[in-house]
Design a protein around this ligand. Sequence first.
Ligand code: 6R9
Length: 654
Amino acid sequence: MSEAFENLLRETREFPPPAEFAANANVTAEAYDAAAADRLAFWEQQARRLDWATEWDQVLDWSGAPFAKWFVGGRLNVAYNCLDRHVEAGLGDRVAIHWEGEPGDTRTLTYADLHRLTCQAANALTDLGVTAGDRVAIYLPMIPEAAVAMLACARIGATHSVVFGGFSADALASRIADASAKVVITADGGYRRGKPSALKPTVDEAVKRSPSVEHVLVVRRTGQDVSFAGTDHWWHETVETASPEHTAQPFDAEHPLFILYTSGTTAKPKGILHTSGGYLTQTAYTAHAVFDLKPATDVYWCTADIGWVTGHSYIVYGPLANGATQVMYEGTPDTPHKGRFWEIVDKYQVSILYTAPTLIRTMMKWGDDIPAGYDLSSLRLLGSVGEPINPEAWMWYREHVGHDALPVVDTWWQTETGSMMISPLPGVTAAKPGSAMTPLPGIVADVVDDQGQSVPNGGGGYLVLREPWPSMLRTIWGDDARFVDTYWSRFEGMYFAGDGAKKDADGHIWLLGRVDDVMLVSGHNISTTEVESALVSHPSVAEAAVVGATDPTTGQAIVAFTIPRGTVDTDGAAGEALISELRDHVARTLGPIAKPRQIMLVPELPKTRSGKIMRRLLRDVAEHRTLGDVTTLQDSSVMDLIASGMGGGKSDED
Ligand code: 6R9
C-alpha cells in the first residue's frame, strides 16, 4: 500500500466522565504523568499489586529484543494471586462467579469454592502425570470448570491451550498437535440455542489422531450419552474426589502460562505464547484502571467466551486477581428470548458490562424496546472490545443501555498484546464515540506511514507499539522466526499490530480495521470501518460489512453487505429505494469516493465465534469465487443466505 489511509469520517461529539464517577475513580490523570516520567518504575509499581514469592532484580530485559523478559528473577504463582491470597485475606465468602446456565440453572461459587475446586483439579492433573511445563488442551463450554481448569494448570505450572468449544475436530487436533498436549479437558456437551450441543465426539475424533494425548478429563454438563475409552476420566470421579489440599509453588515470572491460537490471515494458526508475571501485572492493572473495578461492591460481567483472549484476560485472570465478583453466562443472547442479557443484568445487578460491537449492533437490530423492558439502573460503566465500534453503535449503547449517562470505554487490544492497550480511562477521558482515544499509562502506541514515520494529527496509517509492555506475547509457540517476521519486521524497532488507524485533530486514535481489508479505490486507501460506520449511522441500518471487490475501472470497488434494523421494510421497491438512499447517504457522509458500487441487504453476516466479521468470505462472494476456509465461521448457513441473495434483486449497480 503506497499511501496513508484516507481520513473521511468526522465526529464532533464528546462525553466527559460524570463528575461523581471522576471523583471516585480508581485512576486519575496522574497515572499518565507517572508513566511518562518513568515507564518501568510505573510498571514496577503495578507489579506490586500482586503477591510475589521472590521480587524481581530487573523490571525489563530487552537486550534480546524482540524477545522480552519482564520482572527478571521474580517468582510467583498465578493461581495463588487469583485465589489463595483473597481467601487468606478473609474474603473466602465473597462470590467469585455467579454462573447462569443457558437453560436457567445457576451456580454460585465463592472464592473459597473456586479455590477448593482448583486445588482438587491441580491434584487430579498431577495424579494424571501432568507436571510444570506440560501442555493441557481445554475444550469446554462456558461453565465454571473452564476457569477452574485454567487456574489448575496455572497452579501447577502447566501451560493451557484453550480451544473454542465450537471448533471442529480438525481445528482441535491441529492445535493439540502443535502444542503436543498431554491431557485434554472437555465436557459431554454444553447448552447453546436452547439445546445440548455435544463436545465429546469431536474430542474423540481429534484424540484418535493425537498421539501426544495420554488422558481426557470429561466434565458432565448435559448428561448426554458419550462413548468412553480407557484414557477417559469423569471429572466428578477424579477432580471432585481429589484432595482439596494443595500448596501452590512459585514459578519464574517468565514461566509459560498459556498458548492461545489466533487464525490470522494464513491457514496455519499461530500459537501466541504468554508468560506469568508481566501478563498478570497488566491484566490486573487494566481491570482496575479501565473497569474502575471496586471488588467489594461491583458486579462485573464480560460476555466473551472463555476460548477468546478476552475471556482469558477479563473473565479469568484480570478480574480474579482483583478479587472481583462476576457473572458468567453459558449461552446465546437470544435464548430463550431476546431480552436474556438485560434480564441477567437486572437479576444480578451487574454494574460493569464488557461486550463486543457485534452484540451491540445485534441488539440495535432487535430494537430499542427490548433493553427498555428491563431495569438496567445497576450499571455504572460500559465497555467494548473486539472490533471498531461504530459511532452510532457507541451512541446506542450509551443511550439505551447506559441511561444516556454512563462512560463507555472502547478498549483496543489483541491476543498478542494480552491486555488492553488503547482505551479511555473512565474517570478521566472525555470519550468520543468510536474512538479508542489514547494509549493507557505505560503504553507507547503510534500511527506511522509506510516509512515508519509518525503521521501528524489528521493523518492515517499503521498502528504500532513503540515500547515493550508487560503482557506482550513472548513468541509464537515453536516458531520464533514467524514471530519476528510477523510482528517485528515491518517497521524497525516497532511492533506492527496489523491494524490501520488514524489520529484526529486532537491526536486521538481511531481504529480503521485490519490492513488486509483496506480497499484501494481509484488510488485512495479507504478503510472498511469508516464506510461501515457511515452505513450504520443511517437510522435504517443495524449492521454493515464492506469489502473491496476487483473492479475494471476503479481497481477495487466498495461492496456493502447491510443488515436493516428490525422494523424496516425491505420488500421489493422499498428495498430498492433503501439501497439507493444508503448509497447517497455514504457519499454525503464520507464523500463520493466512498460511495458503494453495490449494496446488498442481508439478514446476517459471517462472523467468527468471537464476533468478528469475516470479510474474506464476503470478498469471495463479491468476486463470485467459491468460499475459502470456513473452519472458524460461527454459523455456516449464513453464507448460503448471503450467496442466495447475490443473484436476486437486492443489489444496485451503476
Ligand atoms: C481482544 C481481541 C484483535 C483484533 C485487533 C483489531 C480488533 C479489537 C478493538 C479492535 C478496533 C477495538 N479489535 N478490539 N478494533 N477497536 N476496540 O479482540 O483480540 O481476537 O486477537 O483480535 O481485533 O483488529 O487487531 P483478538
